[in-house]
Ligand binder design. Structure first.
Ligand code: ATP
Length: 369
């Protein structure tokens, strides 16, 4: 097992394409870290640099105590699981799993024991004689993971391993990979563009955009205290609502004076930081569950937003209500039994203590840290 550390790592592809810039991170021994971000943000490039499949333009990557910049992939003691599984079609499941060990001249008895153990962990003991084309997507993915497990690597690298699976199998494999991590306790770095995968699997999440780290945090801190507007909008589904407005002084208190006549008192904990923004523009962020939810409606004297109901989307236990307020739309997440009529105006309560504020110039978070 090993930690993985990145020190000012950069990747510039030919044509001066800056894929990764100033990447600093310490993945602890045994930790499960997820790299997440939109397409093209540099997460796969980062993972491939750890694997040795991509050269590092500058900076250093260490696995354990060893700088691996110039170590060939086969000597890095890592195992990578790819999106397309990369199984050998002409080999059986058994052969696929044993192949890497044979190449390394691991004794036959040891290979047998390791393949059997991995097959048991993954529940694919019945499939060992089949070839990949006779397997479902989920089974293929298990074999790909099995091939990685038998190597007993110091670090597992996963590159979007679930994106070719249908939704139900994705959820199942997500749980299986988390369980595998608990069982093996091996360091894992997992790349995905799916924020739900990141939130459910990662002990820590690294949010990336345009080759740069935006925030590194545990899932709940990321959700509760996004460092900037990008992270705020990327993490959470439906996404956070944003409202343009100004900070104004009123009767001794500060308020958010926003689009469509929206007026919300600025909560105590944000007063000091927002005082510096008096009469200046700010962006207010409110998560859908903080508008019109039972928690918001039960608060005494909760401020309200008056807006037109445009669409009601019943989801089963809850409904998503799409509102329009001047040129802004926003979504609220409410109990499915509450009635909202399309075309009517409603005034959902706002859980203002849960508000987020961002500086429109820098897009960074203002207020409660
Ligand atoms: P995706 O989720 O789409 O795989 P990603 O976040 O993994 O995206 P990367 O594949 O790491 O992103 O790509 C980062 C940037 O580097 C992108 O702008 C991409 O076009 C560019 N890039 C990736 N590979 C190469 C390459 N071999 N040559 C030139 N540019 C590349």
């Amino acid at each position: 097992m090993a930690n993985v550390s990145f020190d000012r790592v950069e990747k510039v592809y030919p044509g001066n394409i800056k894929a990764v810039a100033n990447f600093n991170l310490d993945v602890r021994d045994g930790e499960f870290v997820v790299l997440v971000g939109p397409s093209g943000c540099g997460k796969t490039t980062t993972l491939r640099m750890v694997a040795g499949l991509e050269e590092i333009s500058s900076g250093e990557i260490r696995i354990g105590d060893r700088v691996v910049n110039n170590v060939p992939p086969k000597d890095r003691n890592i195992a990578m699981v790819f999106q397309n599984y990369a199984l050998y079609p002409h080999m059986t499941v058994w052969e696929n799993m044993a192949f890497g060990l044979k190449l390394r001249k691991v004794p036959k008895k040891e290979i047998e024991a390791r393949v059997k153990d991995a097959a048991a962990i993954l529940g694919i003991g019945e499939l060992l004689d089949r070839r990949p084309k006779a397997l479902s997507g989920g089974q293929r993915q298990r074999v790909a993971v099995g091939r990685a497990i038998v190597r007993k690597p110091a670090v597992f690298l996963f590159d979007e391993p679930l994106s070719n699976l249908h939704a139900k199998m994705r959820v199942q494999m997500r749980v299986e990979i988390s369980r595998l991590h608990q069982q093996l306790g091996t360091t894992m770095i997992y790349v995905t563009h799916d924020q739900i995968e990141a939130m459910t699997m990662g002990e820590r999440i690294v949010v990336m955009k345009d080759g740069r780290i935006q925030q590194v945090d545990d899932p709940i801190s990321l959700y509760d205290r996004p460092a900037n507007r990008f992270v705020a909008g990327f993490i959470g589904m439906p996404p956070m609502n944003f409202f343009a407005g100004h900070v104004r002084m009123s009767q001794g208190g500060l308020l958010f004076d926003g689009v469509g006549g929206m007026r919300l008192p600025i909560p105590e904990q944000d007063m000091a930081a927002l005082a510096a923004f008096r009469d200046r523009p700010v962006i207010l962020g409110l998560r859908p569950e903080d508008i019109g939810s039972a928690a918001a409606e039960q608060l005494p004297d909760a401020p309200r937003i008056r807006a037109a109901v445009e669409v009601v989307e019943p989801m089963g236990s809850e409904s998503y209500i799409y509102f329009r307020l001047a040129d802004t739309t926003f979504i609220s997440r409410v109990d499915a039994h509450r009635k909202f009529k399309v075309g009517h105006t409603a005034a959902p309560a706002v859980f203002v203590e849960k508000a987020h504020f961002f500086d429109p110039a820098t897009e960074t978070r203002i207020g409660s840290p």
